[in-house]
Design a protein around this ligand. Structure first.
Ligand code: PLP
Ligand code: LYS
Length: 429
């Protein structure tokens, strides 16, 4: 009898990933509906139900499709959008517009008009010019627009330089200088078409400590007290942004949601008490925390290249175009050889993408068992900012997105084809 070695394959959300790779091809984004929903429910139990006057919106830049809109809507969360494209996706998905917040540090007139015409719940104003734009559009459409003003609280998050946003020297938010803020507040208060609800800050992304939230809250609550004294302005809301960190590798000191939200609530309540002002409604807007760990990417290993006394590179059939995060932020990932999940790792290989770019390395020095062409690699925690940041570099079509549900797996975004890549081209000669 031939002794065929039975290898155990890696299961994600109850699904055999090797079977998925065989059936749908690779590279393949795989998302678990259950994990997304369980994150939304944790927000409900540990934040919305636990603390009164709270709201949560999903920061859709992390991952957005019409199906994702449906999931978020059914879980009762709002949606943070940052562009006309994200807003259009939400409109087409029939997402309740009163739960949508429009962000952006350079919103166009057309984006503003789309938002106002569709009655979005909040516009987060990032520049004083936007107040004039809103007034102009709202007057023409006979609307009143509820806004928050985004400020840069002068507090940066402890994270990669490219994803810290709350520091003074930031392209985001209106600077906190008294004259600048006062000009915006007076303008908003004097407008018949604008209702200023409060302020917004977002200190940064993938944060593992709560200190920067607390420091930023201190700054914004002091501002609330001063605006009350100077202009009789009573802020009804504060939006403390997103940014909660997730598990990428064992070096990440992951905290539960309530580590962040309990301390945000306590800091706001304590400060309001100290300053003798009313506690505003508190809004959070996590993106990565909801969807990041709900996703993996499956690849097929191709060329395995051993450079004697140096390093072994194993190249996969995707890379930088479907996951630019390692190249952009030196982001680290864990991965497993899905079809050899029970084989003991006994060597290190570097996982390279297929782009014509030396920086296209997904994982340096991954511990693996013996690998060969045709093995399936599952890279974990790729649910956030992978599909949403994907490109067609080297004319590589984007992978499909497969949603794992309780009633089977469903393609929610089809794999791009070479013809898709040509579909917008016009050849003038
Ligand atoms: C304004 C705003 N809100 C929410 C988020 C979501 O961030 P994260 O995905 O880190 O939760 C971001 C991105 O960092 C943001 O800029
Ligand atoms: N794109 C970043 C997060 C940006 C957050 C939005 N301000 C990442 O992949 O980590």
């Amino acid at each position: 009898m031939v002794n065929i070695e039975q290898s155990k394959s890696y299961k994600f959300a109850g699904y055999d990933t090797v079977e998925l790779a065989k059936k749908y091809g690779t590279p393949l984004y795989v998302l678990s509906e259950e994990i997304i929903r369980s994150r939304c429910r944790e927000i409900k139990t540990d934040f919305l139900d636990k603390h009164k006057n709270t709201k949560a919106a999903y920061a859709s830049k992390a991952f957005l499709t019409m199906t994702m809109c449906k999931i978020i809507e059914s879980e009762g969360l709002g949606l943070d959008v940052v562009s006309g494209g994200e807003l259009y996706t939400a409109i087409k998905a029939g997402f309740p517009m009163d739960k949508v917040m429009l962000h952006g540090n350079n919103k166009s007139y057309d984006e503003m008009e789309m938002a106002i015409a569709n009655d979005v719940g909040r516009i987060i104003v990032d520049h004083i010019d936007e107040l004039y734009m809103i007034e102009d559009i709202a007057a023409r459409l006979s609307k009143t627009v509820k806004i928050l003003i985004r400020v840069a609280p002068g507090v940066g998050g402890n994270t990669h330089k490219y994803i810290t946003t709350g520091q003074k020297d930031s392209k985001f938010g209106i600077p906190l200088a008294k004259e600048t803020i006062d000009e915006a507040v007076i303008k908003a208060m004097n407008s018949r078409h604008i209702e200023l609800m409060g302020f917004h800050f977002h200190v940064g992304s993938n944060l593992f400590e709560n200190d920067s939230y607390i420091a930023a809250i201190d700054v914004v609550m002091n501002l609330y007290r001063r605006l009350k004294d100077d202009f009789g302005f009573i802020a009804k809301e504060i939006n403390t942004g997103g940014g909660f960190g997730i598990y990428y590798t064992k070096n990440d000191s992951v905290k539960p949601l309530k580590y962040y939200t309990d301390s945000i609530m306590k800091a706001i309540e304590d400060k309001c008490k100290e300053l003798e002002i009313d506690i505003p409604t508190v809004i959070i807007e996590p993106g990565r925390w909801i969807v990041g760990e709900a996703g993996i990417t499956l690849y097929t290993i191709g060329a395995v290249k051993e450079i004697p006394d140096t390093r072994t590179y194993a190249s996969v059939d995707g890379g930088l175009p479907d996951n630019p995060r390692p190249a952009l932020y030196s982001a680290k990932y864990e991965a497993v050889i899905a079809n050899k999940y029970d084989h003991k790792p006994d060597r290190k290989v570097t996982i390279a993408g297929k782009c014509c770019e030396s920086g296209d390395i997904l994982i340096w020095d991954l511990d693996v068992p013996q690998i060969e062409r045709g093995d399936i690699l599952a890279v974990l925690s790729t649910g956030a900012y992978n599909y949403s940041m994907a490109s067609n570099y080297n004319r590589i079509p984007r992978p499909a997105v497969l949603l794992l549900t309780k009633d089977g797996e469903k393609i929610i975004v089809e794999r791009e084809t070479y013809d898709d890549l040509l579909s917008k081209e016009r050849v003038p000669f």
